[in-house]
Write a protein that binds this ligand. Structure first.
Ligand SMILES: [Zn+2]
Length: 77
C-alpha cells in the first residue's frame, strides 16, 4: 500500500528502490515520479527513463544525498 509522502528522503528512496516498476525517472531533471505521471511535475518534461535499473540508481542517489546509511536491509528482499 502506498503511504503519504514521507519527509525522510532516505525512507522514500528505499521504498522506491523496493518497487521500481511503480516509478520512472525524468530525463529533464532526474526527478523520480510515479509511473502513471505523463508530465514531470517539476520541469514539465514528458520524457522518462522507466527502467528499473535507472529508477533504483536514482533512488539511491536521492537517499544518499541526505544521509549515507540508507536502510537497504529493510527492503524486504
Ligand atoms: Zn523533470
Amino acid at each position: 500500500m502506498p503511504e503519504p509522502t514521507s519527509p525522510n528522503r532516505a525512507t522514500t528512496a528505499a521504498k522506491i528502490a523496493a518497487n521500481p516498476i511503480g516509478y520512472k525517472v525524468c530525463e529533464g531533471c532526474d526527478s523520480i515520479v510515479g509511473s502513471a505521471a505523463s508530465l514531470c511535475p517539476n520541469c514539465h518534461s514528458y520524457r522518462f527513463e522507466a527502467s528499473a535499473e535507472r529508477v533504483i540508481r536514482q533512488a539511491h542517489l536521492l537517499g544518499t544525498r541526505e544521509q549515507t546509511s540508507v536502510t537497504l536491509q529493510d527492503l524486504g528482499s
